[in-house]
Design a protein around this ligand. Sequence first.
Ligand SMILES: [Zn+2]
Length: 377
Amino acid sequence: MNCDVVSLAQKLISFNTISQEGREGPCLDHIDKLLSSVGFTVYHSPLDECRGSLVARLHPNAKSSSLCLAGHIDTVPLGAEPWTVSPFEGDIRDGMLYGRGSVDMKGGIAAMIAAAIELAPLISPEKDLVIHCYGAEETGCEGSFDVTKNPKHTEGIKAAIVAEPTSNQILIGHKGALWLKGTAKGKTAHGSMPHEGDNALIKAVNAVISIEEMDIQCKDPHMGAFSKIVSTFKSGLNINSVPDNATFTIDMRTVPGQKSDELLLSLQQAAGDLVELETLLNVPPFWTDPKDPWVARTSDILQRDSEKPKPYQIQTVQFFTDAAALRQVLPTIPIIILGPGDPGKAHSTDEACPVIELQEAFELYREIIKDWYEIGA
Ligand SMILES: [Zn+2]
C-alpha cells in the first residue's frame, strides 16, 4: 500500500495538537487507523483523557531485533505574532509546506509512517517493526518517558531513529536538561512596618545571586559546555506590603558525566536553607557511539541516496529530544536523530518545511528499513 508523504503531513498538520491545549487524541486515532490497516497492532498509552502516546508493532510476537521509528505529534503554541498563512491547513507555496508542526515534527512523523506503511507487507512475520508516536514532548518529554517506562514498549528494539528535524542529517547526541524551581517563604506585613514581616523576595534574591555566581566548569568535546541561567523571578503583589512568597526558575543544560542529583545538591547548598529547590524537569544527555556499525551503514545510505552527498561528521544539538527517554531504558543501542526540516525553523511563526526534504526523508527511512529487514530492491 502506498501513502503519500506530503498528503499525510498535511493531514497531520490539520489536527491542532498544541501541547498546552491537550488535544492529541484525534491525531493519534488517525495514525492508529492508518497503521492498523496495514497490520500493525496498536497500543495506546494515555496521559489523561485527551493526551497520550501510541505504540505500534507490526509483528508483536516476533522475537528478532527490531528497528524503532519515533517522534512526537504535539506542537508548541502559535506565538503572539500573527501568521501570514493558516497554521492548520498545510498550504504548499514555492515548494514549502506551511503549518504548525510542519518542521517540528509532523513532517518527520509523516515520512516515517509513510515508509512503514509501504514496507509493512514486505517485512517477514518473524521480524517486528516498532513505531512510537508520543504526545506531550514540548512540555518536557512526558509522553516518551511514560511510554518507555513500560518495558513491553521497548522490548526487542535494537536501533532507533527519532525523526526530529535535522535537515536530513544524522545527529548522535544532545545535552540534557535540569529545570529547577526555587521557593522562598516569608511573612507579609504593612509596608510601613517591615519589622513585623519577613521578606521572601530578599531571601530569593540572595539565593539567585549565589547560584548565578557558581562557576560550574563542565565541557563535552562534542556538545560544548554546561550552561545555567536564572530564567524567571516572581515576587510581591503590591508596592506597600512585605512579600511573603518568591519563586524563581533555573534552566541548566547538562553534558555527559554530570549527575543531576549532585548538581541539585550543589545548587541547594549555594541557595542556602531559606530557599527550597525542586526539580521540574530532568532529561539526561543523549549520546550514540559514532563508530557503531549501524550508524555507519545508515550514513552510507544517506550518501548513496543524496544528490548532494553530505560527508558524515559527528554532530550534536543543544536542545533535548525524546531520544533521551529511549536512551534511559536502552543504554547500549544506536539511536540517531534524523528528519526533514530546518531545526532553526522549529517553533517559528509561518513554520514551513521544504517538500523536497519530506520526500527525501521518506526515501531515506524506506532505505534504512529495507537495509535493516534485508528487503531486496
Ligand atoms: Zn520536536
